[in-house]
Design a protein around this ligand. Structure first.
Ligand SMILES: NC(=O)c1ccc[n+]([C@@H]2O[C@H](COP(=O)([O-])OP(=O)(O)OC[C@H]3O[C@@H](n4cnc5c(N)ncnc54)[C@H](O)[C@@H]3O)[C@@H](O)[C@H]2O)c1
Length: 323
């Protein structure tokens, strides 16, 4: 199997490349990445593997993107403008990459009938107040005057695009909606909460909790996420379907800050920062964001297995190794 990973030098992409190259049936992994939020460090472990190659360029204008896709047996499309801070501050880049870039990938993959999985996000559930979200739920996105929703909307357009190709062109495509995925090599630079907290705790700096801290989230180890992705890739029954991928153990962000401090024996304190100060005036957040993963569990017997303490430890070990 020849695999193409767009965003392959990203956080999830790098871990996926490593996992795919451990499989004897995988003959090539090509990563396409513009290295905007990704880095060579994410693929350092596979750089020496002759079956791996990194093509630096943007999905928006890479001239040989169609050829690369046509030569693949499977495409995992992860390239996107990612991270709440980046999205809030650069909604034009978000919309361009996530709508036109994904549009290009899907057009070529559908034209050549290539098995494809695209990454969407729990953000598409928007401001809906359910305790846990199912893939068939209605979605409640905020107003366009709030730029944070540009990410959810752009990913939702991607989902509609994929479903249209499935329906009208028998395209073997699948959507995955990642809930917070965390692990080694994830950067806190673009607003990801666990690497941000761990870095502050290791440096003895205050952990900045945005908003009240009562908002809850579920954190899934990237190794569990990658196991779900490779399982779905092999599964034809997943074509034309949407799957939540995430942990079902939720924690309030203020408790997460305390847990990080305790786990890392840190002397750091906790500072509360208003959303207006952290992001932009009028920033809207969701109180709860928890996945119902019954659909994926019924298909693959998958569930997130690695506990939050292991995630914190792995992120800390990775950050410590950089200094
Ligand atoms: N990590 C999470 O918790 C999470 C949650 C929901 C959805 N997702 C989705 O999963 C995917 C992977 O996210 P990640 O966490 O690995 O983030 P990441 O930023 O590490 O990965 C995205 C990669 O895409 C690359 N990229 C961006 N624009 C590009 C372009 N125009 N052309 C080529 N490459 C481009 C970046 O350089 C980066 O390597 C994204 O689609 C993201 O929206 C992630």
């Amino acid at each position: 199997m020849r695999c193409l990973i767009t965003g392959g030098a990203g956080f999830i992409g790098g871990h996926l490349a490593e996992a795919l190259l451990k499989r004897p049936d995988v003959t090539a992994v090509v990563a396409v990445d513009d290295l905007s939020t990704g880095s060579r460090r994410n693929v350092a472990k596979v750089m020496g593997d002759p079956r791996f190659s990194l093509k630096v360029g943007s999905i928006l204008d890479l001239p040989d993107l169609e050829t690369l896709i046509a030569e693949s047996d499977a495409v995992i499309h992860l390239a996107a403008a990612v991270g709440v801070e980046l999205v809030v501050h650069d909604p034009i880049r978000t919309l361009n990459t996530n709508v036109y870039g994904t549009g290009r990938v899907l057009e070529y993959a559908a034209a050549h009938g290539i098995r494809t999985i695209i990454a969407s996000t729990s953000e598409v559930y928007g401001k809906s107040r359910k305790d846990s979200f199912e893939e068939s739920d209605d979605l409640l996105i905020g107003a366009p005057t709030r730029s944070r929703w540009s990410y959810a909307c752009s990913k939702l357009i991607d989902e509609f695009f994929l479903m249209a190709y499935v329906r009208n062109r028998s395209f073997p495509g699948t959507v995955v909606r990642f809930f917070n995925t965390v692990g080694p090599r994830q950067t806190g630079e673009y607003g990801m909460v666990i690497p941000r907290f761990v870095k502050a705790a290791l440096n003895g700096e205050p952990l900045k909790v945005y908003g009240s801290g009562r908002q809850t989230r579920c954190f899934c180890h990237v190794a569990d996420t990658v196991r779900a992705l490779t399982g779905l890739l092999d599964c034809r029954a997943a074509c034309g379907e949407i799957y939540n991928i995430g942990s079902q153990n939720s924690i309030a962000i203020s408790e997460l800050a305390q847990l990080v401090i305790a786990e890392l024996n840190s002397s750091s304190g906790i500072e509360t920062v208003s959303y207006d100060r952290a992001y932009a005036k009028g920033f809207e957040d969701m109180l709860r964001r928890s996945p119902d993963t019954t659909k994926l569990s019924n298909l693959l017997g998958w569930r997130a297995e690695l506990p939050l303490k292991k995630i914190i430890r792995d992120v800390a070990d990775d950050l410590a190794s950089m200094y």
